[in-house]
Design a binder for this molecule. Structure first.
Ligand SMILES: Cc1ncc(COP(=O)(O)O)c(C=O)c1O
Length: 340
């Protein structure tokens, strides 16, 4: 019925015809030399949505995160990050290699909470080392797209700041956190010094993220971006895709969340497995020891469904705009039958 339903990530989406048209029609300049008008429009729109003074377009969320850490932390100090954060697990030790900071992990599933943060904070007058940055992630991808509610984020951020830390919010899926809670993205962004948002996940753009914050921090982030090789020329071609995503795909994220719940309900019919109830677009499935996630993912692929093996005992499925409700239901049935 379906050629292949790919639920490995919400980054697998193909730019639709309208998005490709917007890219091909984009008015462009040289953004390193003297500016690109479409990139400027995207940055203004992003800053508006996040309620910040300015925003800066980046080719990837990873580069934006690393630039933010470069700007907000101090070399030779500690930064506090959850052990399952993207910054820790998927950014090639960039925190050490680029910003020269030591990571102190906030432990405990599913994400940083005021209690787990308090548990790792050290007293510089007694312990010597000092933390200069607190990194938070919302939604938290590693724990299954869980949302940190605004009240909790405010508490975390206020606690970090009371100890002299600056705050970075990795909001690669902040749009999903907003869609799930009704909290405006600007309210989340107000808890951080710099907020990273992505256009290449649920919004369907081929690449692109942004950092948003105060003008002086964005000036510093501009320098870091250039240093990291992220100065882009006719970037309006890419910014146009991001603008299209904001205009047409932001409003539909709730559908992905509904599809994730359907998928979870179907897979949850299999005996002996634990499906973590999704709050956004990511579903984690814990397998009993007799099953191997890599093998299950391989068998699912042979039946027309791609899911990720998050670990040996955990599968991950992510809903997105290229997977219709029918396709997601089909995928859920395939995975359920394999696990039964
Ligand atoms: C939470 C989070 N932060 C950052 C990133 C990095 O984004 P990019 O793939 O654009 O580098 C991702 C990518 O999946 C992510 O999930």
């Amino acid at each position: 019925m379906f050629a292949m339903v790919d639920l490995r990530s919400d980054t697998v989406t193909q730019p639709c015809a309208g998005m490709r048209r917007a890219m091909s029609d984009a008015e462009v300049g040289d953004d390193v030399l003297d500016g690109d008008p479409t990139t400027r429009r995207l940055e203004v729109r992003t800053a508006e949505l996040l309620g910040t003074e300015r925003a800066l377009f980046f080719p990837t969320g990873t580069m934006a995160n690393q630039a933010a850490v470069w700007v907000l932390s101090q070399r030779g100090t500690e930064i506090l990050v959850h052990e399952d954060a993207h910054l820790v697990n998927w950014e090639m030790a960039g925190l050490a290699a680029l910003a020269g900071v030591q990571v102190r992990c906030i432990r405990g599933a599913p994400r940083a909470t005021p209690e787990t943060l308090r548990a790792v904070v050290r007293d510089p007058s007694r312990d010597g080392s000092r933390a200069t940055l607190l990194c938070l992630e919302n939604t938290h991808a590693g724990s299954g797209g869980t949302v940190t509610p605004l009240a909790e984020l405010l508490e975390l951020s206020a606690f970090g700041r009371s100890l002299g830390m600056r705050v970075l919010l990795d909001g690669a899926r902040l749009w999903n956190a907003s869609a799930a809670t009704g909290t405006h993205p600007s309210e989340f962004a107000a808890t951080a010094d710099l907020t990273m948002v992505s256009f290449s996940k649920g919004l369907g753009a081929p690449v692109g993220s942004a950092l948003a914050g105060a003008g002086v921090l964005i000036d510093a982030a501009w320098e870091a971006r250039k240093r990291f090789g992220g100065g882009m020329r006719q970037s309006g071609v890419l910014a146009a895709a991001a603008l299209y995503g904001l205009e047409y795909n932001l409003q539909r994220l709730g559908q992905d969340h509904e599809n994730a719940r359907r998928f979870a309900a179907i897979v949850g019919q299999a005996d002996d497995i634990l499906v973590v109830p999704p709050t956004t677009n990511i579903v984690m499935i814990d397998l009993p020891s007799r099953l191997d996630a890599v093998q299950v993912a391989g068998s699912a692929q042979a039946r027309g469904v791609r899911v990720g093996a998050w670990s040996r005992s955990r599968l991950r499925a992510v809903t997105h705009l290229d997977a219709s409700t029918e396709a997601v239901e089909f995928a859920g049935t395939v995975v359920r039958d394999l696990l039964s």
